[in-house]
Design a protein around this ligand. Structure first.
Ligand SMILES: Nc1ncnc2c1ncn2[C@@H]1O[C@H](COP(=O)(O)OP(=O)(O)OP(=O)(O)O)[C@@H](O)[C@H]1O
Length: 288
């Protein structure tokens, strides 16, 4: 299968001489949810800004949907890759939610009927019917973030990049982000997440790329990445608390990494059933 996005030997040096990413290779395929993890300044944002042409490689090449990002206009690339900023205030600036939702489609010069159809779909999916006339700045930060995501959804780019989607969100907001990532995936989008939220990655157990000091140092399923002590330590990362807890418990199957409370509860249940069956067998065997 051909990757939808392909990053080949890419480095980026900012005009001040800082090498923010170095020799990155990364293929991203249809249907994937990819988390990009790493400590502050490791190069995550610089990398994803290359996906929609906000930055172009100093060395190497990136193709998105078969297009070389060095040769395409940003407007074309942003119809393929939508970027939801960490701070929705950097993205919402129009006086009503409806106008925000229409903006991206209008910018891409879609017909009025197409804009209406796409905006109505986004309104339905994000349940924004009652806030259409509200000024986004009168909404709380969680709702404003949803408006930012809904306006990207209206454009319907193949790839949706979410930059720190759970930062500043309460428990309900974090749960909603998890549901939205799943919804984007179910609607055929590739989702790229920049996040420090290990709980979110644990719940998704998605492909996880780890950046450290401008380089990619790991790229695997989250449970496999989290089980690599060396990688986690090098990148200064802590797995979700439940994973650390499970690792500390003796008698656990050492080949498995537990990411969620549900997974460890099923393990405990299975183990209990296994022990009960074993005891039963011993009792039958001894004729008691
Ligand atoms: N516009 C810029 N000009 C010069 N240097 C920059 C610029 N943007 C980022 N950098 C530098 O590039 C390196 C990587 O930064 P980047 O923002 O990509 O990292 P990050 O992993 O996204 O960090 P964070 O988690 O703090 O957002 C850092 O050393 C940073 O200071």
């Amino acid at each position: 299968m051909q990757p939808y996005m392909s990053v080949k030997n890419v480095s980026h040096v900012y005009p001040n001489g800082v090498t923010a990413i170095k020799d990155i290779n990364l293929d991203i395929y249809e249907g994937e949810v990819v988390a990009i993890l790493g400590s502050n300044g490791s190069g995550k944002t610089t990398l994803v800004k290359h996906f929609n042409g906000l930055l172009t490689p100093t060395k190497g090449e990136i193709t998105v949907g078969g297009l070389n990002t060095k040769k395409e206009k940003i407007s074309k690339l942003s119809s393929l890759v939508g970027y939801v900023f960490q701070n929705p205030n950097h993205q919402t600036f129009l006086p009503s939610v409806r106008k925000e939702l229409e903006y991206g489609c209008t910018n891409l010069k879609m017909s009025e009927s197409e804009i209406e159809e796409r905006v109505n779909k986004a309104i339905e999916l994000f349940e924004l019917e009652d806030s259409l006339d509200d000024n986004p700045f009168d909404l709380n930060s969680s709702q404003r973030k949803e408006v930012a995501m809904a306006s990207i959804m209206a454009v319907s780019p193949k790839v949706i990049v979410l930059d720190e989607p759970t930062t500043g969100q309460d428990h309900k907001g974090c749960k909603r982000v998890l549901d939205l990532v799943r919804m984007f995936k179910d609607h055929g989008h590739i989702v790229v997440l920049i996040t420090h939220d290990m709980h979110l990655i644990g719940e998704l157990n998605c492909r996880t790329v780890v950046m450290n000091q401008s380089r990619k140092i790991a790229d695997d399923q989250a449970d496999i990445v989290f089980s690599h002590k060396g990688v986690m330590e090098e990148a200064g990362l802590q797995p979700p608390q439940i994973t650390s807890f499970a690792n500390e418990l003796s008698n656990l199957d050492s080949n498995k990494t537990y990411l969620t409370i549900d997974s460890i509860l099923s393990w405990i249940k299975e183990n209990k059933e296994y022990k009960e069956k074993k005891e039963e067998a011993v009792q039958i065997g001894s004729g008691s």
